[in-house]
Write a protein that binds this ligand. Sequence first.
Ligand SMILES: Nc1ncnc2c1ncn2[C@@H]1O[C@H](COP(=O)(O)OP(=O)(O)O)[C@@H](O)[C@H]1O
Ligand SMILES: [Mg+2]
Length: 408
Amino acid sequence: MGAFDESKTKMNILIKNRNILQTTYIPDQLPHRENEVKNIVEIITPSLYKHKPSNILITGKTGTGKTAVLNYIGKELKKEDPSEENCSFLYVNCEIVDNPYGMLFNISNQIIKDQSNKIPFTGWSLDRVYDTLINSIDKENKIFIIVLDEIDRILQKNGDDIFYFLTTMNEKLKNSKVSIIGVTNNTKFTELLTSKIRSRLGEEKVVFPPYNPEQLQDILRKRAELAFEPGVVEEGVIPYCAAVSAQDSGDARKALDLLRVSAEKAERRGDSIVTEAHVKEAINAIEKDTVQEVIRTLPSQSKIILRSIIENHEKKDTSVITGDVYSLYKEICKGLNISPKSEKRVADLISELDMLGIIHARVKSFGRQGRTREIELNINKDIIEFVMKDELFEPLSKYKPPKQTKLL
Ligand SMILES: Nc1ncnc2c1ncn2[C@@H]1O[C@H](COP(=O)(O)OP(=O)(O)O)[C@@H](O)[C@H]1O
Ligand SMILES: [Mg+2]
């Protein structure tokens, strides 16, 4: 028997066009983003007449359609000026090129077509890259609209020198001009900038609000029409997916993911329609994945604290308090040969776990030692097991715990 036999017999293909449900798919229509599109289009229209538009800073939570809208506008702009005589629209994803060299390399690569004049992937000084880029931009004698998507990534890792360079570039250009469209999921991004750069980057500001449930339904319906044969998706499925995602964050990416995962659950079970039960199943699966991802990427110290909380819970029926967590935390650190942090620092890390929603920490009393908190776990059995199996704790299997401490 072949490895695929069983799955093949069971599988019932329901998604006619799988590509449509991928988050990388760029739809032709973007319902409920008409205002944002109009707003940005108005700001950048002067570029068609070879005038420099204002820089724009676009903010909005993830999944609010920022990247989709800019891709759409880029395509439409190209329709207006197909030979790019007056303006070119360049898109850079700063999540991928997250350092100044990479970013300038990427921009220049899109401008310099002649292979022999291209900037090398590495090796040049930043100054040389700057100068070469400025020269090649100026030679074109037109407007460049440069979209820097996920712009906060660059700032996080490299500070704001690069923005200073980009926003003062026009002073060095004689023939061409550059407009920057910065895009960020971080609604507090501007607070991280110096006031000079803030006012330069944010000459115009556009905010993308989260989608409400009705808007998410419209977005999902349009996609579902393209992705499924009629009748395959049960009536209540789309409102359900929309409601769950709207409650979360108004994130269209999450809503689409939920619909796709739900349909895949149905397919794998060999069901002929996608129902709300499949959505429920998908919610659980996605939730498990995200919590696991949060836990997997926790710093070691936080993982140890979490393990201590878990073990304290296993030992007792009553609630767990910070002091107990700290004692066991120190024991585990010893077993792992890691130096323990102060009680104060551990208290801060406990607060962080609380903010992540992994635990609930409630202030119980202000005793002589200060504040005691009662800690409850907010993760299920599967996730607890996932924590205990973290490779960080591998050395503990050889380590004999003190007295009554029960290691899982
Ligand atoms: N108004 C909309 N209509 C259709 N699809 C949308 C809309 N807004 C977002 N999407 C889809 O949702 C997903 C996330 O959108 P995206 O533009 O990547 O969000 P952001 O860049 O704000 O994080 C993408 O698959 C995108 O195609
Ligand atoms: Mg985006």
